[in-house]
Ligand binder design. Sequence first.
Ligand code: NAP
Ligand code: MN
Length: 264
Amino acid sequence: MKFAIQSRRDAQSNELMELAKTYLQDFGLTYDEEAPEIVVSIGGDGTLLHAFHRYSHLLDQVAFVGIHTGHLGFYADWKPSELEKLVLSIAKKDFNVVEYPLLEVKVEHHNAESNTYLALNEATIKSPDVTLVMDVELNGNQFERFRGDGLCVSTPSGSTAYNKALGGAIIHPTLAALQITEIASINNRVFRTVGSPLILPAHHHCVLRPVNDQNFNMTVDHLQITQGDVKAIVFNVANERVRFARFRPFPFWERVHESFVANE
Ligand code: NAP
Ligand code: MN
């Protein structure tokens, strides 16, 4: 089996990376940064986002696993002290693979060109001006004219990240869905938005259409991408899924409890 390791590049993560590399090679695995079958991310959830985007062209062959060198994460849910157990499980192929849904974002330009992105957490759209103004269309029907700071469209596994800070619901990642949350919408006697997060199933889609300005600041996970000459931005639950190697049960709701509710 071929593996690669992504480190947050702090001293502890780098040290663990060297250790994991040596152990895995001792067990006869091959270090291959170009075409790995297993990617070990060492750092935080942010490090796993980097690993995901680095290997997003290999999603059907790669399984990700995350070790946290800071606080417990949602993607980085292994402790450094469990490294040896992890290495042994990988070497013996003693793990299950779980798949999580992803978000597909297609940006269509007036010149008929388009760019498609995959998000593991979310995509956000903001305006370079003070207020973002966009028509929101659901399944081809005009839904609302949004005015405000921006919109966030998240995956189920991303629902515990930016989405949660925006008052969105936490969605279990077995549900193939996307969630749209508002970022400071303007609501008064003249301007109206729904005000609640919306959760769409896999066969629905959402389109944002610029009203005046055609230039936007878009984020896809940790990436910032400026978009000019935009005709429409189309959001779907992606056909692709991300695969995680699971060596022991650590149910999603327990991770939610550990991260947000438990007192140390
Ligand atoms: P960052 O600024 O270091 O990340 C913000 C925090 O989000 C970090 O504590 C990160 O964990 C955590 N996080 C990432 N994915 C998560 C998930 N699925 N569930 C729960 N927490 C999660 O930047 P980054 O590490 O590059 O991460 C980018 C993400 O930051 C974006 O995808 C967005 O979700 C999030 N973000 C949040 C806000 C907000 O809450 N107001 C604003 C902007 C962006 P680690 O420390 O383990 O990396
Ligand atoms: Mn981070």
